[in-house]
Design a protein around this ligand. Structure first.
Ligand code: KIV
Ligand code: ZN
Length: 433
């Protein structure tokens, strides 16, 4: 008997997304301080949350989910700290999460008293497994008792606090494991209950709470919703991919091609289990294709240090765009090609560099790390470092001879040699006779 379910593509007569390309950046939401935080071994304290918030503002996020204020005093207190101390810039909107439960929604509104702008994000599960096993409700009950009832309450509470510019977000949780027709019913009901319009749209956030399928299937589901919801013009269509299969980035990108307007994720893929989608990855993929992501990663190392400090989790050395080793080339043929391409480059040329997807300088990384030397390296890298680091231009015959000397050292040690080591070896070999 079969233990696992396979997910079939959704039937779409004129499927559009596989031919599409992304032509502009989506709206971004950082959920580092909520989904990212809730998955940490040690959740961020107020000081860490504040440091992360400031970093997210600096990167350029205009929508930041700052927490789950009804969940704990720390979460509630952090939001109060931001509001009471006027720490939210005028062009930034804070978002907060609440489950579809009356007491928790009321507490959430208390936490937002005095905010100039806010997005209230409410969610409840819609998936059959949750309906059957967790809360034992029929589809009709879910629509009436979870979706409509709480959307109406949220609208009323917002109306009672007219000093805040309110927006609303609804997530049918576990959308990725739910019948599409039922997700559509829930979404249509909420859009209606909130009274969303083209001028005052509601954010409908479709999560792959658990990433169950290949990214094309998730994109099919997004495209189906994009085409079939009753009032598409009154919706900002958002996606919230997780990364259980390791394909969160692809899912996010395909979803944007399929019609999503907005992407929720975390820096470097922090978040529940295998993480939320890595917004840095999607943004820099766009950047490397000439699309302005609207987020500033020109100091990627500072951002990484901040994320590592706040989450207490290290970023992998091979993490796309940011890892310690990603602008480093050890192999001789790569080094040689990069060296030649650097010398051939002129000011204003498009980036056409073997083995480097983008210019590390754009992210505040330096070329110094590009060429490193170990037993896999050839004369090109050695000559490059000797010239770049020590001003020594080696004639071709000497390059060949010296690389043989270095090879003996690296073969014996099995280790990398630094530019300083190269100079020591060179001195020993040729200058100290
Ligand atoms: O992954 C998820 O489904 C969530 C929701 C609360 C949006 O984080
Ligand atoms: Zn999530």
């Amino acid at each position: 008997s079969k233990k696992y379910r396979s997910f079939k593509p959704v039937h779409l007569r004129d499927r559009t997304w596989p031919d599409a390309v992304i032509t502009k950046a989506p709206i971004w939401l950082s959920t580092d301080l909520r989904d990212g935080n809730q998955a940490l071994i040690e959740p961020m304290n107020q000081a860490r949350k504040l440091r992360m918030f400031e970093q997210l503002v600096k990167i350029g996020f205009k929508e930041i989910e700052v927490g789950f204020p009804s969940a704990s005093e720390t979460e509630f207190g952090f939001l109060r700290h931001l509001i009471d101390n006027n720490l939210i810039p005028d062009d930034v909107t804070v978002q907060v999460l609440t489950p579809a439960r009356e007491a928790l929604i009321r507490r959430t509104f208390e936490s937002l008293k005095g905010a100039k702008r806010a997005i209230v994000h409410f969610y409840h599960a819609v998936a059959p497994v949750m309906r059957r096993v967790v809360f034992d409700m029929t589809q009709d009950q879910v629509i009436e008792e979870l979706a409509i009832k709480h959307a109406t309450l949220i609208k009323e509470l917002a109306a009672q606090n007219p000093g805040t510019d309110w927006r609303f977000e609804y997530s049918p949780e576990m959308f990725s494991g739910t019948e599409l027709e039922f997700s559509k019913r829930a979404v249509d009901a909420v859009v209606e209950a909130i009274g969303a319009t083209k001028e005052r749209p509601v954010i409908i956030n479709l999560p792959s709470t658990v990433e169950h399928s290949t990214p094309n299937i998730f994109a099919d589901m997004i495209e189906w919703m994009h085409r079939n919801v009753a009032k598409r013009e009154a919706i900002i269509l958002s996606v919230h991919p997780h990364n259980d299969r390791g394909t969160g980035t692809a899912a996010g990108e395909f979803a944007v091609m399929a019609g999503a307007d907005r992407v929720e994720g975390c820096l470097f893929g922090s978040g529940e289990r295998t993480g939320n989608v890595d917004v840095v990855n999607i943004a820099l993929n766009l950047y490397s294709q000439g699309i302005n992501p609207g987020l500033d990663f020109s100091n990627i190392d500072e951002i990484r240090q901040c994320a590592e400090y706040c989450t207490q989790l290290p970023v992998h050395p091979r993490h796309p765009y940011v890892g310690d080793l990603v602008y480093t080339s050890f192999s001789g043929s790569h080094q040689d090609a990069i060296k030649k391409a650097f010398s051939a480059r002129k000011e204003g040329d498009i980036w056409e560099m073997p083995y480097l997807p983008l210019d590390p300088m754009d992210l505040g990384r330096s070329y110094e790390a590009v060429i490193r030397v170990n037993s896999q390296s050839g004369k090109g890298g050695i000559a490059y470092l000797m010239e770049a680091e020590h001003g020594a231009v080696l004639p071709r015959r000497l390059q060949i001879e010296f690389s043989g000397v270095v090879q003996e050292v690296t073969d014996a040690s099995g280790k990398e040699v630094t530019a300083a080591d190269l100079w020591t070896i060179f001195q020993r070999e040729y200058l100290e006779t």
